[in-house]
Design a protein around this ligand. Structure first.
Ligand code: HEC
Length: 455
């Protein structure tokens, strides 16, 4: 019985554990996905910010260039830093001011180049470059990435933007084609360029390191926030699980109490009829399996009616409890004791042989006698018993077993009455005797009816 019950109950905590594990996995996956998504978005926005910076740098470059182009170049004093541009072949390239100062014409590309050469790595986090697949000045030749971009412009692409490495550092690079306009023709018509032709391109490169630093800080913040969130989630799951466990435990305990109440006799604390029948039925099967014998006792508290009528029902209940206590003391803790109803008790002594019977009845008799010797008693305790033996070699039904025990008990009682009529003390008669009575006691017990056999 106990084994069966455990089998039925054990899956419950395991199932809960599985749910909790699934929940933890789900939560962890959710937080991980969220962190991944956030980091992905962060990286995209870093890319976008770099792109926006590149756009601005580029546009500024082009604007300054365009200004110089619109003037057809501007004059600057010739110096070591600003020598005459040998590639510029136009009239009035070199002029002398009225004061004698030597001036030379600065074409837009020359200006852009000088400005970009001013940009120092570490101070200015960008680089600009004006280049062409067909450079007038060989030093203006494109690098690998620029060459690819320029080729793509020839195929009709409008721009190139990407994060790539440039002289060992990570840069965001943007390049757009530089189309020949009317203002360019003054100097570039000689090379055969016409309006609309792609003369070359301007590339700008934004150093990623400062943005990456920002990105790393944000990434750390995001990760910490997610770890925090994850921890809180786990905490909540833990708390809810704990509460659920306690509730489940309480419910199980309540169920157990209800179950026990359903098979317990309230007054004596022994099993009731229902409990006895199901436990005994089970033990009969166990006995067959383990090839052990069983002794079934049917017991009756003598004179309950007299006690109830003469001393009151409280005293009657007392007597019923007393009988239960004596039976409990007589048998072993593992034996199944029950009050079937009214003044009837039943005991199933486990793992016994036929010979044990006399030991039990003798012990019961001596305990009853000891009780009756106690001072100040209002009634004499007397219990009639009858027993039957269950031989696992020749099994029978529980009903048959009970009937046989009941029959013997009845005979014992009749015998006792007879002797009482002959003036023999009641106390000496709580014993087993044999005789004949055919009464379907087993069935009677199952139906819970009581026969008129009280004194
Ligand atoms: C005042 C003359 C002048 C004007 C106007 C001018 N350029 Fe140039 N450009 C030059 C010279 C000279 C070079 C040669 C290299 C250098 O000076 O760095 C050059 C170089 C370039 C380059 C770099 C590749 C190379 O060939 O070395 C590009 C691209 C370019 N020019 C495009 C243009 C465009 C587009 C315009 C019109 C918006 C324009 N230029 C207007 C004189 C001019």
């Amino acid at each position: 019985m106990d084994d069966d019950r455990k089998d039925k109950q054990s899956p419950r905590p395991i199932r809960l554990k599985r749910y909790v594990l699934a929940l933890i996995l789900f939560w962890t996956a959710g937080v991980a996905v969220s962190l991944g998504w956030n980091i992905y978005q962060l990286q995209r926005s870093i890319f976008d910010i770099a792109g926006a910076s590149a756009d601005i740098t580029y546009e500024k470059d082009v604007l300054y260039r365009r200004w110089v182009a619109s003037k057809g170049g501007v004059y600057a004093p010739v110096s070591e830093m600003t020598p005459v541009n040998p590639h510029l072949r136009v009239a009035d390239r070199d002029v002398t001011a009225s004061g004698g100062l030597s001036l030379t014409l600065i074409n837009p590309a020359y200006m852009t180049r000088q400005v970009n050469e001013l940009a120092r790595p570490g101070v200015n986090n960008f680089q600009g470059h004006i280049t062409s697949l067909n450079p007038i000045r060989p030093a203006n030749a494109p690098d690998g990435w620029e060459a690819q971009a320029l080729e793509s412009f020839e195929r009709g692409e409008k721009e190139q933007r990407t994060v790539t490495r440039l002289s060992g550092e990570e840069y965001f690079r943007l390049m757009r084609p530089f189309v020949t306009e009317e203002s360019c023709l003054k100097c570039h018509a000689a090379q055969g360029y016409r309006q609309g032709d792609i003369r070359g391109g301007i590339s700008v490169s934004i150093l990623m390191a400062p943005l990456r630093r920002v990105e790393h800080v944000r990434m750390l913040q995001l990760s910490l926030a997610h770890v925090f969130l994850w921890g809180i989630g786990l905490g909540v799951i833990g708390l809810v699980t704990k509460r659920l466990r306690t509730q489940t435990k309480k419910r199980e305990e309540a169920e157990e109490t209800v179950r026990l109440l359903a098979i317990t006799d309230e007054l004596t604390g022994l099993h009731n009829r229902r409990g006895f029948l199901s436990l005994a039925e089970h033990q009969l099967k166990v006995a067959v399996r383990s090839r052990r014998g069983l002794l079934l006792y049917f017991a009756d508290l003598d004179g309950l009616k007299w006690i109830n009528d003469t001393l009151g029902h409280e005293e009657g209940d007392q007597a019923l409890m007393e009988a239960a206590a004596v039976l409990k003391e007589t048998f072993r803790a593992s034996d199944i004791l029950a009050r079937l109803g009214g003044d009837e008790y039943a005991v199933l002594a486990l793992e016994t042989s036929r010979e044990h019977s006399t030991i039990f009845t003798a012990r019961l008799q001596s305990l009853v006698d000891a009780k009756n010797r106690e001072a100040g008693r209002k009634y004499r305790l007397s219990i009639s018993v009858g027993e039957s033996y269950y031989d696992s070699e020749t099994p029978c039904l529980l009903d048959e077993l009970i009937s046989a025990a009941d029959k013997r008990m009845y005979e014992s009682k009749q015998d006792k009455k007879r002797r009482l009529a002959q003036g023999v003390s009641l106390a000496d008669n709580a014993s087993v005797s044999s005789g004949g009575r055919s009464d379907r006691a087993g069935e009677r017990i199952r139906r819970g009816k009581k026969t008129e056999r009280d004194f």
